[in-house]
Ligand binder design. Structure first.
Ligand SMILES: [Zn+2]
Length: 362
């Protein structure tokens, strides 16, 4: 094979192929896994961030036991298929991320309340309420060293390595999905603390939040909140199709379009309050806001999306004046970014791979 490669390819390509072959034989790798409410997304990478393979796998239910079993299956499959390695292996690390507060040092998921609304996925409400030793459970199954991080913190690591990390050492990430999460990087270090920005109270007597309080940012913004608010406007039926249909309803002509627009604007404003709080406390230069593809800048001609952005842009009103000039960066989350972030966390913590100043993958 090598002789064939030598005869047909340029020197630089040849060098790259041989380096990769060396890496496959001797290098370290990480499987990054994003645990979502009804599925897991996994990616296999090396210290350059190269994507060797990815998997997306639906979960039968959200019991801890089932989640751990699926993680095991996916990790083994990726490593065997793409590297020819059978687990356990000291060259493979596993990074997990989940949308709840974690104790990364102890490998614990402190709680997880981001339960799917679909009754088919219902779990015993007590199941994720007490701390879960997720890292240890996965480690026991796979035999690979495993770390766990909060989802937004994993996105922050991804940004540090491939995004705004090239421009600044201090920034925050706000992740708007079903709920609203946050992660923060200060002086090039991801601060691994529970950073529950989605649960700042912005309307003291506002809507109930899944956390048990009222008027949290997350009760006004994010897919779950918008579905709930718009569902109520339509007479109590919760819309399962979600955000896209809500955006359609805000277009002119629908009898509830005005109220739907207000919901989107209030959602944007709620996040603006969170951004303002981050800025006032930490004075970072950039805040990256990750949204649904349906809420991207490309869609800002849609009245609902425009209303959301208008709300979001009010952050300066609530920010300590010195930090008003912060740059707000809007992004859509892509399916494997979060898993890649989790893999980078594992590479960093278990194989000491630096997160900044690395050569970009080609
Ligand atoms: Zn809350």
């Amino acid at each position: 094979v090598i002789r064939q490669i030598c005869s047909r390819t340029s020197i630089s390509t040849r060098r790259r192929i041989l380096e990769q072959a060396d890496r496959r034989r001797y290098g370290n790798f990480a499987v990054g896994i994003e645990v979502l409410p009804t599925e897991i997304v996994a990616v296999l990478t090396d210290p350059t961030g190269y994507n060797y393979g990815q998997r997306r796998r639906g979960l039968a239910n959200m019991k801890v036991e089932s989640v751990v079993r699926e993680i095991d299956v996916v990790a083994r499959d990726l490593v065997t298929t793409h590297l020819g390695i059978d687990l356990p292996s000291s060259r493979i690390a596993i990074g997990l991320q989940i949308g709840g507060p974690v104790d990364a040092r102890a490998g614990l998921v402190l709680s997880w309340a981001n339960h799917p609304t679909d009754p088919a996925f219902a779990v015993d409400p007590d199941e994720w309420r007490e701390p879960v030793r997720l890292a240890a459970l996965v480690e026991e199954g796979t035999g690979c060293r495993t770390v766990v991080e909060n989802d937004a913190a994993a996105y922050a690591v991804y940004e540090q390595r491939f995004g705004v990390g090239y421009q600044t050492g201090s920034f925050a990430v706000v992740l708007v999905r079903d709920g609203v999460g946050g992660g923060i990087v200060l002086d090039h270090r991801v601060i691994s603390i529970p950073f529950e920005i989605g649960h700042l109270t912005v309307q003291p007597d506002g809507r109930p939040c899944p956390c048990g309080n009222n008027g949290c940012i997350e009760s006004l913004a994010g897919r779950r909140a918008i579905r709930g608010i718009v569902g109520k406007l339509l007479g109590g039926k919760t819309d399962t199709d979600g955000i896209k249909q809500a955006i359609d309803l805000a277009d002119d002509g629908h009898e509830k379009s005005k109220e739907v627009l207000t919901a989107f604007r209030e959602g944007g404003e709620a996040i603006a309050r969170g951004v303002a709080t981050i800025l006032t406390l930490f004075g970072v230069s950039h805040v990256v806001v990750y949204c649904d593809r349906a809420m991207s800048e490309a869609e800002s001609t849609r009245p609902a999306v425009a209303a959301f952005f208008a709300g979001l842009n009010t952050f300066g009103k609530y920010t300590f004046p010195t930090f008003k000039t912060c740059q707000l960066v809007l992004k859509q989350w892509r399916s494997t970014d979060g898993a890649l972030g989790a893999a980078l966390v594992a590479l960093n913590q278990l194989f000491f791979v630096p997160l900044a100043d690395l050569e970009l993958p080609t």
